[in-house]
Design a binder for this molecule. Structure first.
Ligand code: G
Ligand code: G
Ligand code: MN
Ligand code: NA
Length: 250
């Protein structure tokens, strides 16, 4: 469990960094948001993927401290961006075990000066699956602050549709596995169309994730998709590169 010991030290030693990936509004034809994506630069192993260390952080009880750091650091950074650019932050289900989550968000907003309307919190349906009464109460507290709540990785779980009824989400993010096959799989296209219809009927934004080519972008535009994210627009990049891309004076 060498990695576990290293992870316990990593926060104090400043080994975490936030990268940011743009969200591109197809109607406005510009970047209107960026998603914070956590990176761990391990002194010997180099970059460790969040897919590896987030589950470990949850397991060893570090996700609370790490999640707080992410919220504070991301809000501080986003406060420098133009007003029309929102910040999206991923929340792990384990962060909902702490009833102070909404208070932590309030503190991060207050300390940074970022307006609540500019913060989007991305959750997966597992948040609503586990301990749902308590998690639902926290979600409503968050929503009452004026922050937006997005359903991430939509379409990959068990019963996403029922979750859309149980909470007033502001955004649906279509999982990248559907976008990947949009040009050569009629079923993937049909599902994307249905989710875009669903978003339109609910009056909320639908974002297509994992857009890697111009052809995929064209198809999504043709289907009326409002927002895209993916390597075709930009890979996740360090804060300074994103600030430059957004025209922030350094
Ligand atoms: O950026 P990347 O593809 O490596 O992210 C892998 C996974 O890690 C994704 O599911 C993403 O949502 C998650 N992730 C990235 N940053 C954070 C974070 O700050 N907090 C949480 N809880 N998950 C994150
Ligand atoms: O679970 P979540 O959607 O938060 O995770 C997003 C993950 O997808 C991040 O790890 C990010 O690095 C990755 N990602 C973002 N854009 C693309 C893309 O165009 N192609 C692929 N393969 N991965 C992407
Ligand atoms: Mn996400
Ligand atoms: Na996602």
């Amino acid at each position: 469990r060498a990695l576990e010991l290293d992870l316990r030290k990593a926060l104090a030693e400043g080994q975490f960094e936030l990268f940011y990936q743009p969200l591109f509004d197809l109607e406005a034809d510009r970047v209107t948001g960026c998603e914070a994506l956590l990176r761990w630069f391990h002194p010997e192993r180099g970059m460790v993927s969040p897919g590896e260390f987030i589950p470990l952080a949850e397991e060893i009880g570090l996700i609370g401290a790490l999640g707080d750091w992410v919220l504070r650091a991301a809000c501080d950074e986003a406060a420098r961006w133009p007003q029309h650019v929102r910040l999206a932050v991923n929340l792990s289900p384990a962060q909902f075990r702490d009833r102070r989550l909404a208070a932590t968000v309030v503190q991060a907003l207050a300390a940074s000066g970022l307006a609540a309307e500019r913060l989007e919190l991305e959750i997966t349906e597992s948040v609503l699956l586990q301990d749902s009464a308590s998690n639902m109460a926290i979600l409503h507290d968050l929503k009452a602050l004026g922050v937006r709540i997005s359903m991430d990785d939509f379409g990959t779980g068990y019963s996403s549709l029922s979750y859309l009824r149980s909470f007033p989400f502001d955004k649906i993010k279509i999982d990248q596995t559907f976008v990947r096959d949009i040009l050569d799989d009629a079923d993937a296209l049909a599902i994307i169309k249905a989710v875009l219809d669903l978003g339109a009927s609910l009056g909320i934004t639908t974002t297509a994730e994992g857009v890697e080519s111009e052809e995929q972008l064209h198809e999504l535009r043709r289907q009326g998709c409002g927002e895209i994210q993916g390597y075709f627009i930009s890979r996740p990049k360090p804060a300074a590169e994103i600030a430059a891309l957004l025209g922030v004076a350094s």
